[in-house]
Write a protein that binds this ligand. Structure first.
Ligand code: NDP
Length: 432
């Protein structure tokens, strides 16, 4: 049985810890280390209580409980993290803190000689911008050290890339277009709250929209293009934020407005899908969320640069985070479902193929099982599965890799067993 060090103690880390505890045959010992030890202790107490009750998905946990311990750690401190990893000697470090910590934790893993997994790609704190280049720069060092780094093992990124690898492996010779659709039909009753870390979430949705194309000559943009940037392979087409809007009717959720956003997995999928010509990412937002966001932007509350306030430096978005509801507290209030999936179009044996694969997840069912809403659940479960894949010797490619670079089949099988069953359709309604 394996030992895992889990860094972070927020909404997603809580779910990952719960799911690890439900699989004690793989995860024998878990150390939860984070900035605020009290939050680690709260996760440990919750996991141990649910395991001892042994209801439903917790049945195995009650028979052979995993050993859970906790520690205080500032993961930006590479020396302290390295020392803790050396002392605990885990088989894997799971980084479920924030994207700002990715590089520091990767450095500590290299120093201590332990493999690494995360759920979001690196973002510098002073620049609202995320891309894989910073973490891909570690490829050779991980390869040489004989270590594995699995990047972005959440839902999107994460499962969306596993869905892509699965589609490519089983149903297509070439995938030409991919639309990733992320719908949250849940209602928490607040006029404005974010479902995961507010700072990261607002930075993501306030950014310019962009999609990926193999060749800009084939692209007929429907709105003004602000910029076209060549990438290793293909191009980014950049628009104003939220400039491209669609309506879509989601299974078990209904009709929703969704908007095109930049998203990290487009970058790696553009490199890894055979024959791909265009990739877009859409996320649903309600009118109240958008109105509040626009107003907060207009008054400067989403700024990420420090300002002077009564002789003190404060970063407006960090102050805003302190005012907003903690995403981990939304669980009991959120009702409704999420529906996240991928629509592919391409060819197999010379014939056109359309394929839609998606998961529907119910906020209240997640809350009953692990005490969290579905956004943390749909991220924490794939984080645990990615770790399970590594620890069982199925995803052990050395170097730094995104989820579509591994065999999708065992991961897809686990999704169903671990609470995120998927559905497929070969005649989906296209996004247009
Ligand atoms: P939270 O803000 O709820 O939790 C983040 C945790 O990290 C907190 O416990 C925080 O500590 C801890 N932390 C922050 N800085 C440090 C540090 N320097 N050292 C140690 N611990 C630190 O975030 P979420 O749980 O909502 O999100 C976790 C991650 O998952 C994020 O990277 C997010 O981007 C990603 N994510 C990925 C998704 C996907 O589908 N791939 C979807 C949703 C989220 P403290 O308790 O003191 O604040």
């Amino acid at each position: 049985m394996a030992k895992v060090m889990l860094i972070g103690a927020g909404g997603v880390a809580g779910v990952a810890a719960a799911k690890m505890a439900q699989n004690p045959d793989v995860f024998g010992e878990v150390l939860i280390a984070s900035r605020t030890k009290a939050r680690c202790d709260a996760i440990k107490a919750d996991v141990e209580r649910r395991a001892s009750e042994g209801r439903g998905a917790w049945a195995k946990a009650s028979k052979a409980p995993a050993k859970v311990s906790t520690a205080q750690l500032d993961a930006m401190d590479v020396a302290a993290t390295t020392a803790m990893v050396r002392d605990f000697k885990p088989d894997l470090v799971m980084n479920i803190a924030l994207p700002y910590q990715d590089l520091a934790i990767m450095d500590a893993c290299l120093a201590a000689g332990v493999s690494y997994l995360d759920t979001a790609n690196y973002e510098p704190p002073d620049e609202a911008h995320f891309e894989y280049s910073w973490q891909w720069a570690y490829r050779e060092r991980f390869e040489k050290a004989g270590l594995t780094a699995i990047l972005g093992s959440g839902f999107d990124p994460g499962v969306t890339q596993v869905f892509s690898a699965y589609a490519q492996k089983h149903y297509f010779d070439e995938i030409h277009t991919l639309d990733i659709l992320d719908c949250n039909g849940g209602d928490h009753g607040y006029p404005f709250a974010t479902n995961f870390n507010p700072e990261i979430n607002i930075r993501e949705v306030a950014a310019k929209g962009s999609y990926w194309v193999a060749d800009p000559k084939d692209d007929k943009p429907e709105v003004a293009v602000e910029n076209r940037k060549a990438f290793d392979k293909g191009w980014w087409v950049e628009t104003a934020p939220m400039a491209i809007k669609r309506e879509y009717v989601f299974d078990q959720v209904g009709r929703k407005d969704m908007y095109l956003l930049h998203h990290e997995e487009l970058e790696s999928l553009g490199c890894n899908l055979k024959g791909i010509r265009r990739i877009r990412f859409f996320m649903t937002f309600g009118q109240s969320y958008l109105t509040h966001l626009k107003c907060l932007e207009n008054v400067g509350m989403t700024r990420i640069d420090p300002i002077d306030f009564k002789g003190q430096k404060i970063v407006p978005i960090e102050f805003l985070k302190a005012l907003l509801p903690d995403p981990a507290s939304l669980g009991p209030r959120t009702k409704g479902k999420t529906n996240i999936g991928c629509i592919f179009e391409g060819v197999k044996d010379g014939r056109p193929v359309s394929y839609y694969v998606y998961n529907v997840c119910d906020h209240q069912e997640c809350y009953a099982e692990v005490g969290s809403q579905a956004i943390s659940y749909t991220t924490g479960v794939p984080a645990m599965i990615g770790a399970k894949m590594f620890l069982e010797g199925r995803w052990t490619l050395k170097g730094v890799h995104t989820c579509e670079e591994f065999d999708p089949d065992p991961f897809m099988a686990e999704l169903g067993r671990q609470g995120l069953p998927w559905k497929e359709s070969f005649d989906p309604v296209k996004v247009g």
